[in-house]
Design a protein around this ligand. Structure first.
Ligand code: 5CA
Length: 160
């Protein structure tokens, strides 16, 4: 059995607690971007569930948008959905609010619970892959499991 790095092991522990048998896989090759993750896993870029962190401008609340790797997020639409304008988070904000570094941010287990939105395009897919704590770690799940483990709101969030 291979040993996971500490951040990936942290995600595996969270998944163990959920108890649906999800396994974190650490790759030799990078999974830092959606393209790299798809190449390492051997899936389509659309099947990568990327966890993007934004900052609500007034309240400073972290906003997690889990989007298909093939899509760009429409920040105006997200702002309208949550009732507050958002901006892209900087790497320090991501680290502070999630507990993970960019490129490995998982969809669950963040230090500060974020508002969560899920790209409805993900819901049409049979299985998807999400980051698992490091730029080499991912885990496979279904879109319904993503919704249940994050409590996210499914919405149309992509840029046309
Ligand atoms: N592990 C992969 C596949 S799940 C992954 O985490 N991809 S990702 O797209 O969710 O994470 C990379 C994202 O981090 C980029 O899409 C981008 O939105 C964000 N990012 C990259 N560099 C920066 C930066 N300097 N500042 C803020 N956000 C950044």
């Amino acid at each position: 059995m291979t040993t996971l790095s500490p951040s990936a092991a942290r995600v595996q522990s969270l998944l163990d607690a959920i108890g649906l048998g999800h396994r974190v896989v650490e790759h030799e090759s990078s999974t830092r971007t959606s393209d790299e993750a798809a190449a390492s896993v051997g899936c389509t870029v659309a099947q990568i569930a990327k966890s993007l962190i934004f900052r609500a401008r007034e309240s400073g609340t972290p906003v997690l948008v889990i989007a298909s790797g093939a899509n760009r997020v429409n920040e105006k639409v997200v702002g309208a959905l949550i009732g507050e304008k958002i901006e892209r988070a900087d790497p320090d904000f991501v680290r502070e609010k999630t507990g993970f570094a960019i490129g490995g941010v998982p969809p669950l287990g963040h230090a500060v619970p974020p508002l969560v939105l899920i790209d409805d395009d993900l819901m049409t897919l049979g299985e998807i892959w999400a980051a698992a704590g490091t730029p080499n770690a991912v885990f496979r799940l279904t879109p319904d499991q993503l919704v249940s483990m994050t409590g996210g709101r499914v919405a149309a969030v992509k840029k046309a």
